[in-house]
Design a protein around this ligand. Structure first.
Ligand code: HEC
Length: 239
C-alpha cells in the first residue's frame, strides 16, 4: 500500500467514525443552531404574550393581538354588493346592535327600515325555499298557521301549542321593518331566527309571506305602530 491509498482509506474511516459520532446520542433533539433568529421568529404569536401593554377596559393586558378600532364591523358581516349601498339593507346586517328587543324598537324599525326587495319571481323563489326550511313547520306551507308542529299529517294536534295567526290576518297590521324585527328577535311564543336566517333571506321571506297573505309590496298597514295584539294563547289539547 502506498501513501496515497493509506490516506484514502484513512479518510473513509474518518468519515464513517464522524458519521457514527454524529448519529449517536439523542437524535430527537435538534443539533446546534446557527443564527437562532432565523430559526425562531421574534414576531409575536397570535393570541400570545407581548411586552407592549394594551388597555382593555380598566386593566392592562399584555397580548400580542391588537384590539380592533371601536366600531369595527367584522369582515363579511355586511355583503359587498350593490344592495349594500341601500342603507336599510346594510343596517339590517347589524340590526341587533341598533334595535333592542322591545316593542318600542319594533315600532322604530317599522318606521325606518324598508324592504330592499320586491315580489319578483327570483326573490319569491328564494324566499319560498328559506320559508319552507325555517317557518313552514309552524306557519304551514300556505301560511295559515297549520304546519306539522301544530297539526300532524294525520289530523291530530302537533307538539307546539301556540297556533300562529294566518299571514293574511296578521301581516296587514305590520310594516316590513316590524316583520323583520319579529323574525330576528322572535315574538311571544315564536323564537328568534337571527342565528338561522341571514338578514338577506329574512327580507326575501318577508316578500314571500306577504305574497302568501295576499298583500302587495306596498301594502297599506292597518293601525301602524298600534300596541301589539295579545299573545296567541297556548292551547291545551288532548293527543
Ligand atoms: C315554533 C313555531 C314557529 C316557527 C318555527 C316560526 N313561527 Fe312565526 N309565529 C309563531 C307563533 C306561535 C306566532 C304568534 C305569536 C303571537 O302573536 O303571540 C308567530 C308569529 C309570527 C309573525 C307575526 C309577528 C308579529 O310581530 O305579530 C310573523 C311575521 C312570523 N311569525 C313569521 C315567521 C317566519 C318568517 C318564520 C320563519 C323564519 C317563523 N315565523 C317561524 C310560531 C312560529
Amino acid at each position: 500500500m502506498d501513501n496515497k491509498t493509506i490516506k484514502f482509506y484513512a479518510t473513509i474511516l474518518g468519515m464513517i467514525l464522524l458519521a457514527i459520532f454524529m448519529l449517536s446520542g439523542n437524535i430527537r433533539k435538534p443539533g446546534r443552531i446557527y443564527a437562532p433568529d432565523m430559526a425562531y421568529s421574534n414576531a409575536g404569536e397570535t393570541y400570545g404574550e407581548s411586552k407592549i401593554p394594551t388597555k382593555v377596559g380598566d386593566s392592562m393586558r399584555y397580548m400580542a393581538s391588537r384590539l380592533p378600532v371601536a366600531g369595527t364591523i367584522p369582515f363579511g358581516t355586511i355583503p359587498q354588493n350593490e344592495l349594500a349601498k341601500n342603507e336599510a339593507y346594510a343596517f339590517s346586517y347589524t340590526y341587533m346592535k341598533h334595535f333592542a328587543n322591545t316593542p318600542a324598537d319594533k315600532a322604530r324599525a317599522g318606521a325606518l327600515l324598508k324592504n330592499p326587495y320586491m315580489q319578483t319571481p327570483e326573490v319569491l323563489k328564494e324566499g319560498e325555499a328559506a320559508y319552507i326550511t325555517y317557518c313552514s313547520n309552524c306557519h304551514g306551507k300556505t301560511g295559515l298557521g297549520d304546519g306539522s308542529l301544530i297539526i300532524r299529517a294525520d289530523g291530530t294536534d302537533g307538539p307546539f301549542k301556540a297556533i300562529p295567526p294566518s299571514y293574511a290576518d296578521r301581516l296587514k297590521t305590520l310594516r316590513d321593518g316590524e316583520i323583520f324585527h319579529s323574525i330576528t328577535y322572535g315574538w311571544n311564543m315564536m323564537g328568534g331566527h337571527a342565528s338561522q336566517v341571514s338578514p338577506d333571506d329574512r327580507w326575501k321571506i318577508i316578500c314571500y309571506i306577504k305574497k302568501l297573505g295576499g298583500l302587495p309590496d306596498n301594502h297599506t298597514v292597518i293601525n301602524a305602530g298600534a300596541p301589539a295584539p295579545a299573545p296567541v294563547a297556548a292551547v291545551e289539547t288532548k293527543k
